[in-house]
Structures are given as structure tokens and as C-alpha cells.
Design a protein around this ligand. Structure first.
Ligand code: URA
Ligand code: SF4
Length: 199
């Protein structure tokens, strides 16, 4: 597999991109996943939020952030005063990566090669939506958009240039759910979303 680039239409909008991504075989993740989960939201949204990859629920439903991580994200957006109409939601990697364990499917972090393979879809989404602010949710999205030198733990909450936009990184909402002190983790997450809202 040579990455997603060869599956991109020459000219595109969000609908044609979504249809093309449904047939992507740019890396091996399409083999076991149910479907590609493309981004969602208005063209020309002010905010683009970029997660890691679909989870189990997202893989089945075909929509980003409809599971437990999405509930934390929804709450954070609301409390940060970011309106849904202003948000385009997507992921760095469009197919669910997992290992089967009995009847369960255990989420696996996408590899650097998979993140690279899938980046053309994310870049295409950026070129159509042209957000003012990109909210980078966790290390995988940071790796895709900001490079491997970027460290979320050190640079979270501070706007950094990303093309014509400003990017604000924070932890992944799933990390908030897993944190030993959930309230503290959520407070940090919310502070970063507020920083993004104030850009
Ligand atoms: N986690 C993500 O990164 N993206 C989703 O869409 C769901 C969970
Ligand atoms: Fe294509 Fe991305 Fe799916 Fe890999 S994860 S097959 S690059 S859409």
C-alpha cells in the first residue's frame, strides 16, 4: 500500500472526499475495519477538531466521536462555549485499528506509517474547510499535523502556527476517561479548549 494519495479525486469537496475515502486501500487498516469514518461538520467551520482514529462505536456507526470519548468532547465544547455549528470533527486516521480479543475489539494505536498513509485525507479536509483554529486531540493527531518533535505534554494549550491556521493541542478525551484523577484531567482538557476558543 502506498498511502491514501492515489485515492484522492483530482478535484473535490467534502462529499466527494467522503465517497472516495470509503474506497481507500492506502494502508492495511481498511481490511478489518467495518468502514472508513470520515470527518463531519460544516464546510468553512471555524474550528477543526482532530482525534486519533475511530473507536469501536464509531467503526460500527460510521461517524466520528459518537462513543464515550465523544461525550467528554461534547461536554468540553459546550463548557468552552464552542458552538457545534462552528465545528468540523475528524480523525488523523480514518479506519479503526484493533486487535480481537475474544468477542471484544481492543483499540490499537495507529503506527507512524498508518498516520502518514492517511494524512492526505486530513490535508484535503483542511484545504476545504480552512479552519481558523485546529484543535489537536492527543499525540496521534499531533504527530500527523505538528511533527514528531511536538510534545503535547509540554506544548498543550498554546497556539502554534499550522499553515494559515493556529493549532492548539490538548490531551485526547479518552485519556481524560482513563486518568487516575478524572476531574483534574478534565479541568486541564477544558482549559485547553478555552484557550482554543479564545484564539
Ligand atoms: N476517539 C477518536 O480519536 N476519534 C473518534 O472518532 C472516537 C474516539
Ligand atoms: Fe486509507 Fe486511512 Fe483507511 Fe489506511 S486508514 S486505508 S490510509 S483511509
Amino acid at each position: 500500500n502506498n498511502g491514501a494519495a492515489e485515492f484522492l479525486p483530482d478535484r473535490f469537496d467534502l462529499d466527494t472526499l467522503r465517497r472516495a475515502a470509503a474506497g481507500c486501500e492506502g494502508c492495511d487498516l481498511f481490511r478489518n475495519a467495518t468502514q472508513a469514518v470520515f470527518g463531519e461538520g460544516p464546510r468553512r467551520a471555524r474550528f477543526m477538531l482532530v482525534g486519533e482514529q475511530p473507536g469501536d462505536r464509531e467503526d460500527r456507526e460510521g461517524r466520528p466521536f459518537v462513543g464515550p470519548a465523544g461525550r467528554i468532547l461534547d461536554r468540553g465544547l459546550e463548557e468552552a462555549g464552542i458552538a457545534r455549528d462552528d465545528v468540523y470533527l475528524t480523525n488523523a486516521v480514518k479506519h479503526f485499528s484493533f486487535v480481537p480479543r475474544g468477542k471484544r475489539r481492543i483499540h490499537q494505536k495507529p503506527t507512524a506509517a498508518e498516520i502518514d498513509a492517511c494524512r492526505p485525507w486530513l490535508e484535503a479536509e483542511l484545504s476545504v474547510v480552512r479552519p481558523g483554529v485546529v484543535v489537536v486531540l492527543g499525540a496521534t493527531a499531533a504527530r500527523s499535523l505538528l511533527g514528531r518533535e511536538f510534545k503535547v505534554t509540554r506544548q498543550r494549550g498554546e497556539p502554534v502556527p499550522l499553515g494559515d491556521a493556529l493549532a492548539v493541542a490538548t490531551v485526547h478525551p479518552s485519556a481524560v476517561l482513563r486518568a487516575p484523577d478524572r476531574d483534574e484531567a478534565y479541568a486541564g482538557f477544558l482549559a485547553d479548549l478555552r484557550a482554543a476558543a479564545a484564539v
